[in-house]
Design a protein around this ligand. Structure first.
Ligand SMILES: CC(C)(COP(=O)(O)OP(=O)(O)OC[C@H]1O[C@@H](n2cnc3c(N)ncnc32)[C@H](O)[C@@H]1OP(=O)(O)O)[C@@H](O)C(=O)NCCC(=O)NCCS
Length: 429
């Protein structure tokens, strides 16, 4: 079998052989196809990159048709069941599971770096009383680049590792403080005797007690949610991290860009929309009328369907289990009944079956977060903490990829050309 594509340009009658490698052709090869010597080469128009590979990556594998998600080759189900978020973070960053000694060293380093400079606290206090925690997180991660100016030396491997450790370590501190600020509560310093996720819960919820120790089942459930969100290959925020990182800026600035992308409702905000929808439906008896409305195209069933997963979202199954564990501690969220009934009806309905619409990761995650008493504005902050090792693993890969260049797409220009400029005093006379 010849691994190439024969293209005939009907403008000129000329044929071209374009090599195929890894199921792709190089866009630059298409650039050699020209209608005339002075004409620009053929380009690909792909808003939203729906069919463009932007990099080679060995971090995360997804097969949407089969419902497979693997980090560095390990199925998400096995990692969620048997690993911890910190171990998964190590796996994503280093490409292999740690030995005992490597894990202990990693855990020590991350724990050691959870504190932030006191001045960070000062500027976080300066945000308006009702500041959105995601805006605060984005700004404070960006600001860390000014505290660690050596982070700009991205060619230095040791330096890169140092910033990666710092960022994974400080993200819960910054996330928790963003939450406390909106509540008018004092910031809680990290407790380095606690695990990564238990410490995060302590910084969120500790009041006057000398030590805050969350229920182990809650710690485990949140840790699992972090694992589920740790990477998802070239999604919008990861693409933002890579795109900004391609200018060779420091990793804090690149990750701040990723947080900006995640802030948007099309990326990180669907679970909040699920909660709003469940609340609006209000009771099980209203579900059939709601489903009819969805089928008539009035609105979408939020938390269903996915651009990539067309069989099922493997993360959704795991989240359902975490739901049970959390509600055992917190008591059942009355919206859960509506969600479960909605899922049951939708999975049997021809409309959803035919279109391969299944619950996605967001269908149940909002319910869990609400049970923890997080306000909806915090949902994306939690997502960002979980996604940080993924962003950094992708950024690390980018910095060492010889094929990468500064991200600079082409455009199809649709504006005017060659207009004559008339100075203001003539134009306005
Ligand atoms: C995630 C999503 C944007 C993916 O969209 P997509 O891959 O571009 O799929 P399309 O929009 O092309 O939808 C394909 C068909 O399924 C329907 N569909 C997709 N998601 C649907 C939903 N949640 N409810 C009802 N119908 C839906 C579309 O109307 C379309 O039907 P048609 O062929 O009759 O026109 C989409 O499924 C959606 O909006 N889901 C709800 C929001 C959500 O949960 N987002 C979180 C994603 S993690």
């Amino acid at each position: 079998m010849t691994e190439s594509l024969t293209v005939r340009d009907n403008r000129t009658g000329q044929e071209y052989d374009v090599p195929i490698a890894d199921g792709t052709i190089k866009a630059a090869d298409l650039g050699k196809i020209k209608a005339g010597d002075d004409e620009p080469g053929l380009a690909v128009y792909d808003p939203g990159f729906v069919n463009t590979a932007s990099c080679r990556s060995s971090v995360t594998y997804i097969d949407g048709e089969k419902g497979i998600l693997e980090y560095r080759g390990y199925p998400i189900e096995q990692l969620a069941e048997g690993s911890t978020f910190l171990e998964v973070a190590y796996l994503l960053i280093h490409g292999a599971l740690p030995t005992k000694a490597e894990y202990e060293q990693w855990e020590h380093e991350i724990t050691f770096h959870t504190f932030v400079h006191e001045n960070v606290k000062g500027f976080m206090e300066g945000f308006r009383y009702d500041a959105h925690p995601m805006g605060m997180l984005m700004a404070s991660v960006g600001a860390l680049s000014t505290f660690y100016p050596e982070a700009s030396m991205i060619q230095d491997a040791e330096n890169r590792q140092m910033q990666i450790v710092r960022m994974i370590a400080k993200m819960p501190t910054l996330g928790a403080w963003s939450f406390r600020h909106a509540q008018g509560k004092p910031f809680v310093y990290p407790d380095n005797e606690l695990s990564y996720t238990a410490n995060f819960l302590s910084m969120l919820f500790k009041m006057s007690e000398s030590k805050y120790e969350a229920d182990e089942r809650l710690v485990k459930a949140l840790d699992t949610l972090f694992i589920l969100h740790a990477d998802h290959e070239q999604n919008c925020s990861t693409n933002a991290v890579r795109s900004v990182g391609s200018s060779q800026v420091d990793p804090y600035s690149a990750v701040a860009a990723g947080i900006g992308a995640l802030y948007g409702p099309l990326h990180g905000g669907a679970n909040e929309a699920v909660l709003r929808m469940l609340r609006r439906i209000g009771s099980k008896s209203e579900i059939p009328a709601f489903i009819e409305g969805v089928k008539n195209g009035n609105e979408r069933l939020m938390g269903f369907g996915h651009r990539v997963y067309k069989n099922y979202d493997p993360r959704a199954k795991i989240i359902k289990k975490a739901c049970d564990d959390v509600f055992e501690v917190t008591g059942v969220n009355p919206l859960l009944e509506i969600a479960q009934e909605l899922e049951k009806i939708a999975l049997e309905d021809e409309y959803f079956v035919q279109r391969k619409l299944y619950p996605n990761v967001d269908f149940y995650s909002g319910l869990i977060y609400e049970a923890f008493q997080f306000p909806p504005e915090m949902f994306t902050v939690l997502f960002a903490i979980g996604r940080t090792p993924g962003w950094l693993a992708q950024w690390l890969e980018l910095t060492q990829d010889k094929e990468q260049k500064i991200a600079r797409p082409k455009q199809i220009y649709t504006g005017d050309r060659g207009l004559e400029f008339t100075p203001r005093d003539v134009r306005w006379a």
